[in-house]
Design a protein around this ligand. Structure first.
Ligand SMILES: *[C@@H]1O[C@H](CO)[C@@H](O)[C@H](O)[C@H]1NC(C)=O
Ligand SMILES: *[C@@H]1O[C@H](CO)[C@@H](O)[C@H](O)[C@H]1NC(C)=O
Length: 212
């Protein structure tokens, strides 16, 4: 008798779970027709998805390095690769021209960088101001703990190519110099809180589109 009841409950559970098993529980491919929210994008109707929704082909080509940092960045995060929405993972391709850099920056996710070509000096600064840095060669990887300031400098004689994966689909990049120069805070305020000279601040504002 007891066994019959257990079997009955078991088969009920199995049929319930199959009735409710839609892939909406497995993933939530972003629907860009709706605005992003703090919890990510709303989901596309799973019935409309194909395998191509889960494939992104943008990292096969170098990014544009015609800028002051000689840095090309191609990103696959939830705003460019809708399948990553809510999955807590993203990847980017970095092309760093000869003499180029990834300027000092941080993001709220841990990064693991794999160097594919060239030679870079890269490191991060701990919250106790210890600098951990090293020259990486092809095939080396380095990890950058979440939120700590870090950078890459091409120290080789050829363009460097690296791929970086982060444990966030939207890690929120913030660059120190572009943030200092790209805002409309009064120069006098930046001078006081950064100890930089007004001429240096004006140079950064001119480079990165800031005002005041
Ligand atoms: C998505 O699928 C629904 C049915 O599941 C259909 O009515 C709708 O037209 C589809 N939308 C697109 C954009 O294909
Ligand atoms: C690369 O960026 C520069 C500066 O923004 C721009 O002038 C140029 O057209 C871009 N090149 C390509 C191939 O997109």
């Amino acid at each position: 008798m007891a066994l019959t009841k257990i079997l009955l409950i078991f088969s009920l559970l199995v049929s319930l779970s199959s009735a409710f098993s839609t892939n909406i529980l497995d993933f939530c491919v972003a629907d860009y027709n709706f605005p992003v929210t703090p919890a990510g994008y709303p989901c596309k109707n799973p019935a409309n998805l194909t395998v191509d929704d889960f494939v992104f082909s943008g990292l096969g080509v170098p990014g544009n390095t015609s800028n002051v940092f000689k840095l090309g960045v191609n990103l696959a995060f939830d705003f460019s690769f809708p399948a990553l929405n809510g999955l807590g993972i993203g990847i980017g391709r970095l092309d760093i021209g000869v003499g180029g850099v990834v300027p000092l920056h941080s993001h709220r996710a841990t990064e693991i960088l794999l160097l594919m070509e060239g030679s870079i000096l890269t490191g991060f600064i701990g919250s106790d101001n210890t600098a951990y840095y090293k020259t990486l060669n092809k095939g080396d990887i380095m990890v950058f703990p979440a939120s700590l300031l870090h950078f890459q400098v091409n120290v080789g004689s050829v363009p460097a190519v690296a791929f970086s994966s982060l444990n966030s689909a939207n890690p929120g990049f913030e660059n120190v110099v572009t943030s200092l120069g790209g805002n409309d805070l009064p120069t006098e305020v930046i001078k006081r809180m950064s100890l930089l000279d007004a001429s240096q601040i004006r140079k950064l504002k001119k480079l990165f589109g800031g005002s005041n």
